[in-house]
Design a protein around this ligand. Structure first.
Ligand code: NPG
Length: 377
C-alpha cells in the first residue's frame, strides 16, 4: 500500500467528571485522531483511523500532544510517504531512525493498520489471533477528596457491574482509602492500586503496609527509570509489583522480567510504539509466566475498540482498564461507543478496528485539522 494523505483532526471532548491522578487533574480530553488514506496495490483507496494517547503536558511520559503532532508531520509521515510501499508490519521499521516518540509512532501505525485490515475485510481481533469474544472490564478510579467519597464512587461503579476496581493513590491518599474500600466491599473484590511513579524506594516500609489488603497488584510505585529499585521493592513487599511507565518497549519488558522488577505488566500500545510491539510484549511476558493486562489512556471509541481486541489475546489474564465509553464521555466520536455489560465489553468483529467515526460528532469536537500530503499524488 502507498500512504497518500494524512489528516490530523485535533479534538476536545469534555469528561463527565474530573479525573485526578498523582500527576494532575484532567477535565477535558484533548487529542488528535489520525485519518490515513492509502492506495492498495490493486488501486483501491483505504481509509484508516488512529489516535494519539499523548497528554497535553509531559507529565506521564516525556511525550506531549503538540510534540506528537509535530513529530508526525515533520518526520514520521514524510518517512512513510517517501518509503513508497508501507504495511502495518513495516511501519515500526520504517520509523526506527526517529528516537523515542512511541505515542506518535503508535498513532500512525494504528491508522495504517486499520486501513490495511479494512482493505482486507478483516477484523483486528482476527489479525491478532484474539481468543475471546468479550473481555472483562475494569474501571480506574481517580484520587477523590475524601475517603468517604472514594467509597461512594467505587460503590457506584460496582453497582454498574465493573469486574475490577483500580484506585489511584499518592502519598497522603493511599492506606486509608485502600483500607476503607476493602472493608466496605469485602475480600472478594478484585482490587488494585496505581501510584503513577509517586513514591521512592525510601517509602518501601510504608508501601508494604498495603500488603494486608490483598491487592491484585500495585502499579508503577516508583519512577520510570527505577527498574532495579522496583526489583528491590518487589523483594520487600508481598503485593505483586506491576510496571506501566517503565515498560516502553519489548526490550524494557524483557529486562524488567529478567531483573524481577515486574511480576505483572500493564500493556498500553501507545506507550510502547504501537499494537505490534504491544503484542510482542504480550508474547514475551506469556513465555515467562508474567501476567499482562491492557491499560487505558482515556481513549476515544477508536482506541478502546482496538484495546478490546488486544485484551482478547490469551496472555491477558487480568481485567484491563477497558471501561465503557460513558465512564469518561457523554458522547464519543464513534457511532457505536464501547459499552460495558455484565462486567465485560464486546470485542469488535467488523473490519479494521470495527468502529466508524461519526462525522457530525467529529465536526463538533474538532478544534482544528492539519494535513500531510504526498507531493507525488
Ligand atoms: O480507563 O482509560 C482509562 C483510564 C485508565 O487510569 C487510567 N490511566 O496511569 O494508567 C494510568 C492512567 C492514565 C491516563 C495515564 C491518562 C496517562 C494518561
Amino acid at each position: 500500500m502507498k500512504l497518500e494523505r494524512l489528516l490530523l483532526h485535533h479534538i476536545e471532548m469534555p469528561l463527565v467528571a474530573p479525573f485526578t491522578t498523582s500527576f494532575g487533574t484532567q477535565t477535558v480530553k484533548r487529542t488528535f485522531l489520525v485519518e490515513a488514506r492509502l492506495r492498495t496495490a490493486d488501486g483501491r483507496t483505504a481509509i484508516g483511523w488512529g489516535e494519539s494517547v499523548a497528554l497535553p503536558d509531559p507529565v506521564y511520559s516525556p511525550e506531549h500532544l503538540a510534540g506528537a503532532a509535530l513529530v508526525i508531520e515533520r518526520w514520521l509521515a514524510p518517512a512513510l510517504i517517501a518509503a513508497g510501499e508501507v504495511t502495518a508490519e513495516t511501519v515500526g521499521h520504517l520509523l526506527r531512525h526517529v528516537v523515542g516518540h512511541q505515542m506518535a509512532k503508535a498513532a500512525l501505525e494504528m491508522a495504517v493498520l486499520d486501513a490495511q485490515l479494512r482493505a482486507e475485510g478483516r477484523s483486528f481481533a482476527s489479525y491478532l489471533g484474539a481468543v475471546a469474544p468479550t473481555v472483562p472490564s475494569g474501571v480506574s478510579v481517580g484520587i477523590q477528596d475524601s475517603v468517604q467519597e472514594t467509597v461512594r464512587v467505587v460503590g457506584g461503579y460496582l453497582e454498574q457491574g465493573y469486574a475490577r476496581i483500580k484506585l489511584k493513590i499518592q502519598p497522603g491518599a493511599d492506606l486509608a482509602p485502600v483500607a476503607a474500600v476493602r472493608r466496605t466491599f469485602g475480600d472478594d473484590l478484585p482490587f488494585q492500586v496505581d501510584a503513577n511513579a509517586a513514591y521512592t524506594l525510601a517509602d518501601a516500609a510504608h508501601l508494604s503496609r498495603l500488603d494486608e489488603h490483598g491487592l491484585l497488584l500495585i502499579e508503577q510505585p516508583l519512577g520510570e527509570a527505577d527498574i532495579r529499585q522496583h526489583a528491590e521493592l518487589a523483594r520487600r513487599m508481598s503485593t505483586p509489583v506491576c510496571l506501566d511507565e517503565s515498560v516502553v518497549s519489548a526490550e524494557a519488558a524483557a529486562d524488567a522480567i529478567a531483573l524481577g522488577a515486574a511480576s505483572v505488566i500493564n500493556i498500553k500500545p501507545g506507550r510502547v510504539g504501537g499494537y505490534l510491539e504491544a503484542r510482542r510484549i504480550h508474547d514475551i511476558s506469556r513465555a515467562h509466566g508474567v501476567a499482562v493486562w491492557c491499560g487505558g489512556m482515556l481513549e476515544t471509541g477508536i482506541g478502546r475498540a482496538a484495546n478490546a481486541a488486544l485484551a482478547a489475546l490469551p496472555g491477558f489474564t487480568l481485567p484491563g482498564d477497558i471501561s465503557g465509553s460513558d465512564r469518561f464521555y457523554t458522547e464519543d466520536v464513534v457511532t457505536e461507543p464501547m459499552r460495558m455489560h455484565d462486567g465485560v465489553v464486546d470485542v469488535p468483529t467488523g473490519p479494521g478496528f470495527g468502529v466508524e467515526v461519526d462525522p457530525e460528532r467529529l465536526e463538533r469536537f474538532r478544534t482544528g485539522v492539519t494535513e500531510v500530503e504526498s507531493a507525488a499524488r
